[in-house]
Design a protein around this ligand. Structure first.
Ligand SMILES: [Zn+2]
Length: 240
């Protein structure tokens, strides 16, 4: 008997198994839902809730928008042994095991309201949410986010391009005197050539657009390019 022919049905069965087990987009979404539930059950700490006005929400696209927001993920590196989660790839020191990359949800909850034309978000405290990432996801669903109507609530980090080491103090001083924030701590990152400013908003947070205009008017060449919430890479702060 020809062994090749005998092997064919076995191969076909194997292939069919592969096709069935390959994760579909729907399954991946389901996995994320599961991860959110799991994190909620373990009472993972939550970050600052954000609420903002948008244009383009309808009764028909609310579900799709919710799904695209809850599908926002970031890469983390997990040790299969002790379950330690790290932000960067490498080895788990105590276990001496290679960390495995895993995509995890950024948002615990996303609630778009077409009646109010608003979106309410609750990120996980351990994840980093960026304004540009969020805006991209919404724009893909034809939802318009207005910089003039996006409040920089809680503690966030302003990402500025075009600044310099010499201008860091000027930027920090101006933002501390702006009335927008309780506190602003600026630092210059030579690697990315960006200026990062960790800010704590006052009770009524300033809008992204107002802060961008304020920074552009400082005559430091720095431009606001993004804002992030959540953990930040460690960079030494500028001396006041
Ligand atoms: Zn470990």
């Amino acid at each position: 008997m020809d062994t090749r022919n005998a092997l064919l049905p076995a191969l076909a069965t194997l292939l069919a198994g592969f096709l069935i087990t390959a994760p579909t987009a729907a399954q991946q979404a389901q996995d994320l839902v599961g991860q959110v539930k799991e994190a909620a059950a373990t009472k993972a700490p939550l970050g600052t809730p954000l609420m903002f006005s948008v244009m383009g929400l309808t009764k028909d696209n609310v579900e799709k928008v919710t799904r695209s927001l809850t599908s926002l993920t970031e890469n983390v590196y997990v040790c299969s042994g002790c379950k330690h989660v790290a932000a960067a790839a490498g080895k788990c020191i105590p276990c001496d095991a290679e960390l495995e990359a895993k995509r995890v949800p950024i948002l615990f909850k996303a609630v778009p309201s077409f009646e109010e034309s608003t979106i309410q978000l609750t990120p996980f405290a351990a994840r980093t949410l960026s304004y540009s990432h969020l805006k991209d996801a919404l724009t893909k669903n034809s939802i318009e986010v207005d910089d003039a109507k996006f409040p920089l609530a809680g503690q966030s980090r302003l990402v500025l391009s075009g600044g310099s080491l010499e201008k860091v103090k000027t930027i920090q001083k101006a933002l501390n005197g702006s009335g927008f924030f309780d506190r602003a701590v600026a630092s210059y990152d030579a690697v990315s050539t960006q200026t990062h400013v960790v800010v704590h908003a006052i009770a009524t947070p300033p809008m992204y657009g107002r802060v961008a205009t304020f920074i552009a008017a400082l005559d430091t060449n720095a431009t606001l390019v993004d804002v992030t919430w959540g953990p930040q890479p460690v960079v030494p702060p500028a001396k006041p």
